[in-house]
Design a protein around this ligand. Structure first.
Ligand SMILES: [Zn+2]
Length: 95
């Protein structure tokens, strides 16, 4: 069963997604950036073991819907290539 977001609140340091089944997922900018699914970030993660992340990279400046199945987030360093499918976001929630 696929869940759709009912309300999305984009803050600078985190995103809160309330789903149509009543569940809610809170994801920090740091976690969101660390999971960025774009090709550039995936390559970068494969090439380095450094967990260092600059502050700009984990501050969220924009969020938008993509084709009814995903969200795209832009970070303060200008990076905004990652398209996060709902299923991924649902599992990214901070414990
Ligand atoms: Zn990326």
């Amino acid at each position: 069963m696929r869940h759709e977001p009912e309300r999305i609140t984009v803050g600078r340091e985190s995103v809160v997604i309330e789903w149509d089944d009543g569940a809610s997922t809170s994801i920090s900018g740091r976690r969101l950036r660390a999971a960025c699914p774009c090709a550039e970030c995936r390559e970068h993660r494969a090439a380095t073991v450094s967990p260092i992340q600059l502050a700009d990279q984990s501050l969220i400046v924009d969020g938008s819907l993509v084709g009814g199945y995903a969200l795209r987030f832009t970070f303060a360093d200008g990076h905004g290539d990652g398209i996060y499918p709902y299923g991924q976001l649902r599992h990214l929630g901070d414990p």
